[in-house]
Design a protein around this ligand. Structure first.
Ligand SMILES: *Cc1c(COP(=O)(O)O)cnc(C)c1O
Length: 213
């Protein structure tokens, strides 16, 4: 099932779009199935679970931290994390830079933009993101490689289109001057729309692994 779902999904999106298989709450065995079929990008939203899975599973897996990240937990993932999607404060960015230096590496991150209507979702406003970008070149051990957004939890296509389009416009406006490579938007329910609006990376869980409890 998992391997077939993944194959179908990859057929449905252009090859240039990276599929992050969101394996949160799913067992090791589920990840192994996808990995054996050649899939390498996996996403988790809890630091402890991410670290446990990283220790157990093959070292060629690229681990994506997709959830809200607390500053005091950056140190646990700094040695190995491939991409941190949810950078939503300057203090978090500074801490990632510090832990990057300790681990002698440059950690790739995305700035999370608040695009949803709901006030519960984390992220910068567009103005805040621009302010951060204007001084982010002082960081030597963190690299902002693009943006991430989570649309509202709704079936309203017009609403989703408007949220993704605004993020796409902002990304396009700043992409060249910041050497960005990655626009992370789209999940199981809205990835098709997100890809049609310029997403380069989708984060898909339930469509691959089945629904979560
Ligand atoms: C859980 C999660 C996803 C995947 O959600 P699905 O609806 O299962 O595809 C994507 N992004 C983030 C930030 C998540 O927390």
């Amino acid at each position: 099932m998992i391997v077939a779902n993944l194959k179908q999904l990859k057929k449905d999106v252009p090859a240039a779009v990276t599929v992050v298989a969101v394996s949160k709450t799913k067992p090791i065995d589920a990840i192994q199935q996808a990995h054996k079929a050649g899939h390498l990008d996996f996403g988790e939203n809890k630091v402890q679970e991410l670290c446990q899975k990283h220790e157990t599973l093959p070292t060629d897996i690229r681990w994506h931290m997709i959830g809200h990240l607390q500053r005091n937990k950056v140190k646990y993932i700094a040695p190995f994390v491939h991409l941190i999607h949810g950078v939503d404060s300057e203090r978090l960015l500074n801490e990632i830079n510090k832990q990057g230096a300790k681990n002698n590496r440059v950690i790739d991150v995305l700035l999370q933009i608040h695009i949803a209507e709901e006030s519960t979702k984390f992220g910068f406003s567009y103005a805040e993101a621009e302010a951060i970008l204007s001084k982010a070149n002082t960081h030597e051990n963190v690299s902002i490689t693009g943006l991430m957004g989570m649309a509202s939890n709704t079936d309203n296509n017009a609403q989703l289109t408007s949220e993704f389009s605004e993020l796409q416009d902002f990304y396009n406006k700043l992409q060249a001057s910041n050497n960005w490579t990655t626009l992370s938007m789209g999940m199981s329910n809205d990835y098709k729309l997100a890809v049609s609006l310029g997403s380069t990376m989708i984060r898909v869980g339930s469509l691959i692994f089945g629904s979560r409890n």
